[in-house]
Design a protein around this ligand. Sequence first.
Ligand code: ZN
Length: 54
Amino acid sequence: MSAESLPATDLRWVVCPVCHQPLESVGNIISCQGCGRRYPVLDGIPVLLADRVL
Ligand SMILES: [Zn+2]
């Protein structure tokens, strides 16, 4: 598993499930710009479940 940049995950339609603010891709995680939660990306797919917060 390499840490190189993901294929551009389109996050324009994705919001944080907790605070509904925009998200941004940071390395191989997704970071919420609102509440600061971070979500894992598994196999290129953001796992935006509140109980999977890193
Ligand atoms: Zn949030």
